[in-house]
Design a protein around this ligand. Structure first.
Ligand code: 3H9
Length: 710
């Protein structure tokens, strides 16, 4: 074996050279890897015994792309970043045929590398993709130029603009791959290389037969741009990716590459890209809990149970079933159980109708959901998630009963969104096994799982739930046990400001539109209608005794609820709704608001969309700062991830704390101080915001230096 570097090795199998990239964990194209491959190409080109070569990855994957950690060096001018482009030309010009052999993933620069080889083979389980748009960039090593030449324009546009992975079978059908290899990939690839050795080595960049004509391509680009504007609203990278693929159809290869390079650089320097790269690493960082090390033993979760077959309980049961974990679904009586099961069937049927799931998948998942009355069968499960009505007394009764019927070592989780985990845990004899698993509605869709640590929750239980989140397809974020935990605690001030704004004279649609245009998935008032205004109303009634009567509170939503306007489910809330739950403005509400605000003596004024955004978003940030300071979240990143996956915050803005950092904490602090002077106590700046702003620091750089406070 010839070692070109510790990152790339060359070995020989008769007349076939095998180049192996060995840069764990994902063989990213970090500095040294492209150079190592270039050297390997030189070695085999000069070796007269070698007739063809295989390029593959060591370990669990081919190549997951460029090294994302290096992008900062390109934007700071420390690195050029065009080494890869040069390497790919060199590979393509190699006189001996190169076969890329793919297992795991060939993503981003990894697929670009493979496309510069003369042939591509893969294991059936492999995936290929150009996911760069998810990082706010576009392929930067001719991916937008070579992919349409292999896969055709429509497939290339879809892959580059949407960033979704493509399975090996589909990649074969679309022309990205030349052959699938069952069994030993190396042996199969070497055999394939023997078959093509000595034959001409086709260069992808010279293949123009799939590039289509302007007439044929025009509707493809038009539809792609429409889709990008709708589905990736507010983002620049998807549109840039489409432009670059279009360039491949209009210009010679070299010019297309220059075009791509310019758009790549533009994107790489954008705020969008910085935010999305923060999200990429943030998503992985939240899994790291300083006082719960990787080696913490995990408890088995082979079978689960859910108490309560309402909307949340049913959704949670589906989440377990979808992950292949058998789950008992318990209710107090048969009608409630029947309703719950009917809802689950309806949800699954909708997914089948929309083509998201197959009949077969649903059939198998439904078999995993076992309905039960009371606590029948609970003695055999490893984990229980309680999802009954949100009331402390009821929850305590359920947990006392679970303590009685469940075997030792079972994780007892509550889906409460507001109540104290510690108080619930005290109703059992095993508080170390009690934890919060706060799913978001609809549970089978939303990716966030807030994992709430009680004072006595054991590290094993925390580690198991974090691991389980991944298995369930969720992003688990550990939070501390405070009222509303992290997400809802921040959402309170956000929605409070939205209501104040309409009470002060802003239009209902104006408030929702300003935040929608900022990038939120929905405006805050429309979100209230969707979730049900009565939910907050009931909680406020429960906690009314804790409120300071001298502090201003919004009143309009309570009054809407008193009129039975609970939102979508009653056909009216802030908006009115037709049978299909389509919203339209309801002139009755502004009229009511006028009457109520006049009576309450709230002065009316014209409010700008900038003020709407700043008041709502900075209310999130100010509360986020308190949470961080009090240690209820481990890092600012954790708060960002919660808001991206649970609350529809735009990913290209990186989350509320990242957004505040980018605006500049001094500016945010001054604005919050202005609101404090204008609106009083509710806007008192969080001490951490004041401290970081005065020191010229950021939330991202702030470490509490301790674990999540329980
Ligand atoms: C690109 O290629 C641009 C090009 O056009 C060229 C321009 C010139 N770089 O996700 P995991 C780390 S842009 C650096 O937990 P999994 C990750 O942070 C790139 N690090 O594993 C983690 O570190 P830690 C386009 C990377 O098995 C560890 O590896 N490519 C990279 O669940 C394990 O990762 C992409 O966007 C990277 N490229 O999933 C693909 N990738 O252990 C990005 C991973 O310290 N990667 N790390 O937390 C992925 O989608 C997933 O990592 C993958 C594996 C599916 C590959």
């Amino acid at each position: 074996m010839t070692v070109t570097s510790n990152l790339v090795q060359v070995s020989k199998d008769g007349e076939i050279a095998v180049i192996t990239i060995n840069n764990p964990p994902v063989n990213a194209l970090s500095p040294g890897v492209p150079e190592g491959i270039a050297e390997a190409i030189e070695i085999l080109a000069a070796d007269s015994q070698v007739k063809a070569a295989v390029l593959m990855g060591a370990g669990k994957t081919f190549v997951a792309g460029a090294d994302i950690k290096e992008f900062g060096k390109i934007t700071s001018g420390e690195r050029r970043g065009s080494e890869l482009v040069e390497l790919l030309l060199k590979m393509e010009d190699c006189p001996k045929p190169l076969v890329a052999a793919i297992h795991g993933t060939a993503f981003g620069g990894g697929l670009e590398l493979a496309m510069a080889a003369h042939y591509r083979v893969a294991n059936p389980g492999a995936q290929v993709g150009q996911p760069e748009v998810r990082l706010g960039i576009i392929p930067g090593a001719a991916g937008t130029q070579r992919l349409p030449r292999l896969a055709g324009v429509a497939k290339a546009v879809e892959m580059c603009a949407e960033g979704n992975p493509v399975k090996a079978g589909e990649a074969l059908a679309s022309g990205i791959l030349d052959r699938l290899i069952d069994g030993d990939l190396r042996a199969g690839a070497v055999e394939f290389a023997r078959q093509i050795a000595g034959k001409p080595a086709p260069k992808t960049r010279e293949r123009n037969e799939k590039l289509g004509t302007p007439e044929h391509n025009a509707p493809i680009f038009r539809t792609a741009r429409q889709n990008a504007r709708n589905k990736q609203r507010g983002m620049i990278a998807p549109l840039a990716a489409i432009d670059a693929v279009e360039a491949a159809t209009l210009m010679p290869f070299e010019q297309g590459c220059d075009f791509e390079r310019n758009r790549f650089t533009e994107c790489l320097f954008s705020e969008e890209s910085k935010a999305l790269i923060h999200v990429f690493f943030g998503e992985r960082e939240v899994a790291k809990i300083p006082d719960v090390p990787k080696e913490t033993p995990l408890l088995p979760v082979r079978a689960a149970a859910v108490v309560g077959a309402g909307t949340m309980g049913g959704g949670i049961a589906m989440v377990f079933a979808n992950a292949g974990i058998p789950v008992l679904l318990a209710e107090v009586d048969q009608p409630a159980l029947d309703r719950g099961l009917a809802n689950i069937r309806r949800n699954y049927a909708n997914s089948v109708r929309k083509g998201r799931l197959t009949e077969q998948f649903v059939h198998e998942r439904l078999k995993l959901i076992q309905p039960t009355l009371g606590f029948d069968g609970f003695s055999t499960v490893d984990m229980v998630v309680e999802a009954v009505f949100e009331g402390m007394e009821l929850k305590k009764q359920v947990f006392a009963e679970l303590d009685r019927v469940c075997k030792p070592g079972v994780i007892l989780a509550t889906n409460t969104s507001t109540l104290s985990i510690d108080e619930i845990a005290r109703s059992t004899s095993r508080p170390e096994f009690v934890i919060g698993t706060h799913f978001f509605s609809p549970a089978n869709v939303m990716r966030l799982l807030e994992i709430v640590r009680g004072r006595e929750t054991s590290k094993e239980v925390i580690a198991t739930c974090m691991q389980l989140a991944k298995k369930l397809g969720k992003v688990g974020v550990l939070v501390g046990n405070c009222r509303g935990f992290v997400g809802n605690r921040m959402f309170g001030p956000y929605r409070r400001e939205a209501q104040f704004l309409v009470e002060e004279g802003a239009g209902i649609e104006a408030v929702d539109k300003a935040l929608f245009d900022f990038g939120m998935a929905m405006g805050p008032l429309a979100t209230g209608d969707l979730a049900g205004l009565d939910v907050g109303w009931r909680i406020r009634k429960e906690y009314r005794h804790l409120e300071d009567p001298h502090v201003r509170r919004p009143f309009a939503e309570d009054k809407l609820c008193e009129l039975g306007r609970f939102g979508q489910k009653t056909g009216a809330g802030w908006y009115r709704y037709d049978e299909q739950r389509r919203a339209e403005s309801d002139p009755a509400v502004p009229a009511l608001l006028k009457e109520w605000t006049e009576k309450a003596g709230v002065p009316q004024r014209v409010i700008s969309s900038d003020e709407i955004v700043d008041r709502c978003i900075y209310a999130l940030v100010n509360e986020g700062a308190r949470i961080l300071e009090q240690g209820y979240a481990l890092r600012a990143t954790d708060i960002d991830i919660i808001y991206l996956y649970g609350y529809g915050f735009p990913s290209y803005r990186g989350g509320p704390m990242w957004y505040a950092d980018r605006v500049g904490l001094d500016k945010v602090y001054n604005r919050v101080c202005g609101f404090h002077r204008q609106f009083g106590a509710l806007w008192e700046p969080a001490p951490l915001l004041e401290q970081l702003a005065s020191q010229g620091k950021t939330f991202s750089g702030f470490q509490t230096g301790r674990g999540v406070a329980a």
